[in-house]
Design a protein around this ligand. Structure first.
Ligand SMILES: NC(=O)C1=CN([C@@H]2O[C@H](COP(=O)(O)OP(=O)(O)OC[C@H]3O[C@@H](n4cnc5c(N)ncnc54)[C@H](O)[C@@H]3O)[C@@H](O)[C@H]2O)[C@@H](O)CC1
Ligand SMILES: Nc1ncnc2c1ncn2[C@@H]1O[C@H](COP(=O)(O)OP(=O)(O)O)[C@@H](O)[C@H]1O
Ligand SMILES: [Mg+2]
Length: 310
């Protein structure tokens, strides 16, 4: 019997970015920084960083607690690493001071995978939320810190349409911690995300099968877009860390929060579908999704003649 492949995506992306010009150089595609990791979770921030490279970023660096720098550096020779002060496990209070100096050079920053909770991590998250001229993606424990600190009520962190994008990528458990909306009630989660987006001006990816992107578009709150790619094989450790790197990369390539989130979620799911077809639903891992991302990345792009309809 011929096996039925249920994972093939045929739908087009929600938007496209220009195909690379022949004279392109790495400076054209954004310098991005991934902030995270802790002892025991060096893989998370490495997955995010490699995902940013595989989405097309020109230069990718990881800012990590110094105690895991060698491990993170060993995952991929093209990733630069910056070691920040730590307490032997995770970022120390003073890490923000050295991180802050690196921010002006970045086109976008992604923060949270593997970061762990503690005062050092909380200072970094608050600093990034307050830096409204820098596009940022927040994930994992960065979101749990926002929930713990009750920063959703803090008007200091609102972003207007003139500010850089702030994109949150919670899974249902994290969104429940942030808003109280049950992880088992997608409608309640989308409503809660809509309310947040309207008030704070952030874009929220409500992850799942399928994922949704909730954003303010054309100044109007409450635009909800549903993704069509992806499959349950992606319910495996590290797939969310990959998404953080993908969306950070697209922000760094100049996309708005809403566009980076929608195209990012689409290509991430598309990579998952490619991985499932190549490996298997049960056996695929985040590393297969990363490899597939490098293969399907051009599906996000179009060339000038296609754009102009020639
Ligand atoms: N290799 C690595 O270093 C890895 C590190 N990771 C890091 O591990 C940290 C903890 O992340 P976790 O997400 O495991 O921890 P969480 O405690 O946030 O999430 C897992 C729990 O959330 C609840 N939940 C409810 N609905 C859910 C849904 N639909 N999807 C997911 N969870 C749901 C479940 O109770 C589940 O046990 C993060 O910092 C993450 O970046 C993970 O990404 C795995 C890989
Ligand atoms: N059943 C599913 N269908 C489609 N995508 C899924 C499914 N399960 C998980 N995913 C995707 O995998 C990712 C999991 O993210 P997350 O739970 O944060 O993982 P981790 O923290 O382990 O990296 C999300 O992008 C989610 O949309
Ligand atoms: Mg996660």
């Amino acid at each position: 019997m011929t096996p039925t492949i249920l994972t093939q995506s045929t739908n087009p992306p929600p938007l496209r970015i220009p195909r690379r010009d022949v004279s392109a150089h790495k400076g054209n595609f954004g310098r991005v920084l991934l902030v995270g990791g802790s002892r025991g979770m060096a893989g998370s921030v490495s997955l995010s960083s490699i995902a940013a490279l595989h989405t097309g970023s020109g230069l990718v660096a990881a800012a990590v607690p110094d105690c895991i720098l060698d491990c993170v550096a060993g995952f991929h020779p093209a990733i630069m690493t910056h070691g920040m002060s730590d307490d032997g496990q995770k970022f120390a209070d003073s890490a923000w001071e050295s991180l802050r100096e690196r921010l002006p050079a970045q086109a976008a920053v992604g923060c949270g995978p593997g970061i762990s909770r503690g005062p050092g991590s909380a200072t970094i998250v608050a600093g990034l939320l307050a830096k409204k001229d820098l596009p940022v993606v927040l994930d994992a424990d960065a979101l749990n810190i926002i929930a713990e600190q009750d920063w959703l009520r803090d008007d200091r962190f609102q972003r207007s349409s003139n500010d850089a994008a702030c994109v949150l990528t919670p899974h249902p458990g994290e969104l429940q911690r942030l808003t109280g909306a049950s992880a088992n009630d997608v409608d309640a989660q989308l409503k809660a995300a809509e309310k947040l987006t309207g008030r704070l001006g952030w874009t929220i990816v409500v992850k799942g099968g399928p994922s949704h992107v909730v954003s303010k578009r054309d100044g109007q709150p409450g635009s909800i877009w549903q993704n069509t790619t992806g499959n349950p094989g992606m319910a495996t450790a590290g797939c969310g860390d990959v998404l953080t790197g993908v969306v950070t990369s697209l922000l760094g390539q100049g996309l708005s929060g809403s566009d980076a989130a929608r195209l990012g979620v689409w290509i991430h799911g598309r990579s998952g579908d490619e991985a499932a077809a190549r490996v298997s639903l049960a056996g695929m891992t985040a590393v297969h999704v990363l490899d597939s991302l490098a293969i399907v990345a051009d599906e996000m792009t179009t060339d000038a003649s296609e754009r102009d309809g020639i």
